[in-house]
Design a protein around this ligand. Sequence first.
Ligand code: NAP
Length: 353
Amino acid sequence: MITDKPVCVTGASGFIASHIVAQLLHGGYRVRGTVRKSPDYYPYLQQLPGANERLELVKADLLSKESFLPAFRECEYIIHTASPYVINVKNPAKDLVEPSLQGTLGVMEAAAKTATIRRVILTSSVAAVTDEPDSTKVFTERDWNTLSSLDRHPYHYSKTLAERAAWEFVDREKTAFDLISINPSMVTGPSLGPDINTTNAMIRDIMSGVYPGIMDLNWGFVDVRDTARAHILAMETSGAAGRYLCSAGLMEMRKLVELLSLAGYGDYPLPNKDLTGRFGTALMTALSFTQPRDTGTYIRTHIGRSIRYGCSKIKQELGISFMPVMESILEAVEDMIRKGHLVPPPSRSASPH
Ligand code: NAP
């Protein structure tokens, strides 16, 4: 334990943040989590081991700068995770960029006004690294997403603007605290709260007949508990610095469907038409224009390309190792079934595990 002061976790209710809160409590830390609703709304946080004695929930909203100042009082460390993680929105400027960018700036300003702060750990994303895979390249911490805009991958744009603004803030203001960003790929695994997060919703969709066929798509995945641990290691490791890409490995859609079937989910409406060849890719590119705008853009910029992230920095400097991607996905699947987010086919009365 490196501090006896509360560690502030913004957006404590979230998928990643609730695991950060759980691990901090497990490690003996005092935690101050910021949330948007009444503390009674979060029994899954209040019931965590150690929460009675060491968890405090306070209200703060990304759109209200002032709300973070009282939340940071006395703290030495802030883990800033709060940011909207949604793909198709009506108004990208208002629904994504404003809360992400203004919220991060508000957090940085409040941190700068709080003399006790030593370090801010920002949950950024590989979305701030690229929005378009390049099969010839391994992306690293040196890469920045320069292509996204309000019209092209607005979620990626919101994460890029927020992370850039945070780095510019510490440079410009010569802050007394340092900044570290954790840039995870798609985060999966079991959720502590009742809601389903955007990444797990994609896995649910693959298992619910939403996808017309198996496309030539692939994703980097990382377990939510490893992602949470990376944030805490970034806080605890005095020599930690800069950005850290955080991804356990790559999973192709074809392989994912094959492994789900092998794991006993073959009776779910998994996609079975092979659309991974040249014809399938051309067909899906054409069909992408019939999809919601941001899903369509995603298909067009990702299909037929391989994404690879170099994660040696996080492994060497923070000493983290990642659990295998499929193990994490299968735990997410079982969790979604338990919580009713993924409905088993009528033929099945019990899950395979
Ligand atoms: P999540 O479960 O949707 O959590 C988002 C959190 O942000 C929630 O606590 C939410 O609060 C809070 N939030 C949203 N808008 C807010 C506002 N205006 N004011 C205050 N709080 C607000 O998503 P997650 O997957 O845990 O994502 C957490 C962070 O990780 C985000 O920064 C996301 O960009 C990043 N990330 C996620 C992934 C992934 O695959 N999950 C990958 C890379 C990076 P409410 O509960 O009140 O809505």
